[in-house]
Write a protein that binds this ligand. Sequence first.
Ligand SMILES: [Fe+2]
Length: 256
Amino acid sequence: MDRVITIPALGDNFIYLYQYREGRALAVDPGESSRVLRVLRERRLKLGMILVTHHHGDHTAGVAELKRETGCVVGGPAARHQAGLDHSLVDGQILTAAQKPIKVIATPGHTRAAVCYYVQGSDAGRAGMLFTGDTLFVAGCGRIFECDAAAMWESLRRLARLPDDTLVYPGHDYTVENLEFALTIEPENQAVGDRLRQVRQAIAAGGNTVPSTIAQEKLTNPFLRVDSLEIREALKMSAAPAAQVFAELRRRKDVF
Ligand SMILES: [Fe+2]
């Protein structure tokens, strides 16, 4: 019964509704409320919970209205700017309201208080799911606003250690631009070119570019590939520590 509904919003945001129990959904990063309320009505789902990954308005602007309309509870990382939280969540915490445990993974980098949500897979072969906010994107990662590059690198490494088949649900659709950047850094990486073609086809057919998987990200996301010889040679950083290669990649992406 695991079902994730992807709701594109605000141009390039993704809001997710995860049906965590029969007839009940939780919303991840509702940057607006009206589309979420409409989908809830159409699917006859009750909103039980909102989980936010970080305090930015394009991930939280719908929280107050959704809470008012549905009486749901709101969880997220404790942050100075974060209003309306019922539960301040910390690293390693396990949420048990859903049929499957949801683990909170702290991922500072984009913002100081930032978390991802990991829904474990099942022994029956069902893949886990990871809601990554503005930490990990398809073929990219978030800009570093409140921390240093080393913190973001450490957060991404934690995510990359999750099982390969984990489905990745990021907070934005920057997929095409990210893959185009990846190709400039690693033009010989066939997987990047293949992925870009697949993604363009999916968009042309009216589909979304999510979810990805951890395995796909390890093959095509330059920010998880700082050990690639081609990347290191492109950056002229053959012997540099991984965190420095990551920082240089992020710097280049900022001005891409
Ligand atoms: Fe953000």
